[in-house]
Design a protein around this ligand. Structure first.
Ligand code: 13P
Length: 128
């Protein structure tokens, strides 16, 4: 079964997400990807990745991904949050991160931890 990865980035972190995903592009292309709306649009347009795009975060995208996660449909979340900008959907963001903790799902919320998670997943795939 393909590894199922959720990719989400707040506006000021979207360039970081594109850079990050570009570095793992070949590996990510072998995965089932889901993303919030705007993040997914950029991943598709700029990197050519096939992404299941949910609603934009402020319109419930985090909750849609959280629901998938609770149903056992997500293996890993890369969520580049912006800690410096208030978000109108803060409760949704917290709900998604909490769901990761409840279900012991890896959740990288900054670029350094995302590298650790993705490099490990990539290595596992290469040696499987
Ligand atoms: O707000 C977000 C996550 O909380 C991200 O949503 P977009 O990818 O639609 O910008």
């Amino acid at each position: 079964m393909k590894t199922r990865i959720a990719l989400i980035a707040h506006d000021k972190k979207k360039d970081d997400m594109i850079l990050l995903a570009g570095q793992y592009r070949a590996y990510l292309a072998t995965c089932d990807l889901v993303a919030t709306g705007t993040t997914g649009g950029r991943l598709a347009n700029e990197l050519g990745l096939a992404v299941d795009r949910k609603h934009s975060g402020p319109f419930g995208g985090d909750l849609q991904i959280g629901s998938m996660l609770v149903q056992g449909e997500i293996d890993c979340v890369i969520f580049l949050r912006d800690p410096m900008t208030p978000q109108p959907h803060e409760p949704d963001i917290n709900a998604l991160v909490r769901a990761c903790d409840v279900h012991n799902t890896p959740c990288a919320t900054n670029v350094s931890s995302a590298h650790l998670v993705l490099s490990q997943l990539q290595l596992r795939a290469a040696t499987a």
